[in-house]
Design a binder for this molecule. Structure first.
Ligand code: GRF
Length: 195
């Protein structure tokens, strides 16, 4: 089968990137990873991707005078690699409207909360503080407004007595690794697939 070339943007550990790469290894999965970009040279995920033989690039945001030029450099690199769809996986930079528009409907993110609850950072702390009984994660299309695009998939987990941000994060992360590849697969198979 022909697989859609995807790009993955990371800034750190890259465990969601690993989940996507592992899913792509299956013959019947509709995507392949054409490029992993990190804005940080020391991102642990880069080492893992390189060991898997995946093309990687470091595009350091500090090397660019503006957000626009940084984002344009990423788009250029992604297009050079033939990327048709971009997955954000712990990418810790705000994207410009120009980047979001360029990749409109072809740019997805995983966020560690049940959106629209707990946008932004420190979601597990916020969930514990709010006293919610259910928490979780969301895969969504990226739009100009942070953590606000159309929802593609969600999974919830219980918040347990005695949870810390760390124990809760670990329970959510397990679900992230399950729903991110699933949501990507569904998106590719149901969307008007770019060629
Ligand atoms: C994940 O919790 C993801 O939902 C959030 O940032 C974290 C990244 O973890 N956007 P990893 O780099 O994928 O391990």
């Amino acid at each position: 089968m022909s697989k859609l070339p995807i790009g993955i943007l990371i800034s750190g550990r890259g465990s969601n990137m690993q989940a996507l790469v592992n899913a792509c290894a299956a013959d019947d999965y509709p995507a392949r990873v054409a490029l992993v970009i990190s804005n940080k040279a020391d991102a642990a995920g880069l080492v893992w991707a390189q060991a898997k033989g995946i093309a990687t690039a470091v595009i350091a945001h500090g090397d660019f005078p503006t957000r626009e030029t940084f984002d344009a450099a990423m788009t250029e690199r992604l297009e050079q690699a033939g990327v048709k769809l971009v997955c954000l996986a712990g990418f810790m930079r705000l994207l410009t409207p120009g980047f979001v528009e360029h990749w409109q409907n072809r740019l997805i993110n995983i966020h560690p909360s049940l959106l629209p609850a707990f946008k932004g950072l420190h979601t597990h702390e916020a969930a514990l503080k709010a006293g919610v009984k259910e928490h979780g994660c969301t895969v969504h299309l990226v739009t100009a407004e942070l953590d606000s695009g159309p929802i593609l998939a969600q999974a919830s987990v219980p918040v347990l007595e005695g949870d810390t941000p760390e124990t809760l994060a670990a329970r959510v992360l397990e679900q992230e690794h399950r729903i991110y590849p699933e949501a990507l697969k569904t998106l590719i198979e149901t969307a008007n697939r770019p060629v």
